[in-house]
Design a protein around this ligand. Structure first.
Ligand SMILES: [Zn+2]
Length: 186
């Protein structure tokens, strides 16, 4: 290998479905360069775009893929994974009690100590002060009801919010595949 480990570690490939849309938005479907190269050799993907970086060994040399597309279409999931990031994205990174957009935590509307579960319909984004103020009280008792009742969003709904909060790192070769439909918004 003729590249530094650090440079290689930061070269993930965006994975597109066979229809050239990302396999998943939330989280964004990214593979490590190792997985991407392996999939190329297993003939499971086509290389759509490449980084300038190369890997080489005595037997082969190739530029690292920056975008790959699956050869076989996979039916996309209707509902996104239940993750902290996706809860924040549903709530637009806004505390559901006071509206601030900083110091966010994960709040159980019905506290766990009172049987509240860790599910889409019982968890909201809340800033630390609100989370602390609410403590283990029931929302009606302490008068703290979330602005929007928590619910399980569809991938489409997260995608709509996701345009407002793009990921920190996007390689230029990915942009055509991530926001190709944003122009259609009024
Ligand atoms: Zn708050």
């Amino acid at each position: 290998m003729n590249r530094s480990v650090a440079a290689l570690e930061s070269s993930p490939a965006l994975v597109l479905n066979a229809d050239f849309r990302p396999l998943s938005y939330y989280p964004l479907s990214l593979w490590s360069w190792q997985d991407a190269v392996k999939a190329v050799f297993l003939d499971r993907v086509n290389i759509v775009s490449e980084y300038d970086q190369q890997v080489s060994s005595p037997n082969f040399k190739m530029r690292l893929p920056s975008v790959v597309s699956l050869k076989t279409y996979v039916k996309p999931a209707l509902f996104p994974a239940f993750t902290r990031f996706n809860v924040f994205l549903r709530d637009r990174f806004t505390c559901q009690y006071c509206g601030v957009q900083s110091d966010l935590t994960f709040d159980h509307v019905i506290p766990r100590s009172r049987g509240g579960q860790t599910r889409w319909d019982n968890v909201v984004a809340a800033c630390s002060p609100c989370n602390l103020a609410k403590g283990g009280e029931m929302p009606e008792v302490i008068g703290m009801l979330p602005m929007q009742a928590p619910y399980r969003p569809t991938v489409f709904e997260l995608h709509r919010n996701g345009r407002l909060f793009p990921p920190n790192y996007l390689h230029e070769s990915w942009l055509d595949y991530l926001y190709w439909d944003s122009e259609l918004e009024p």
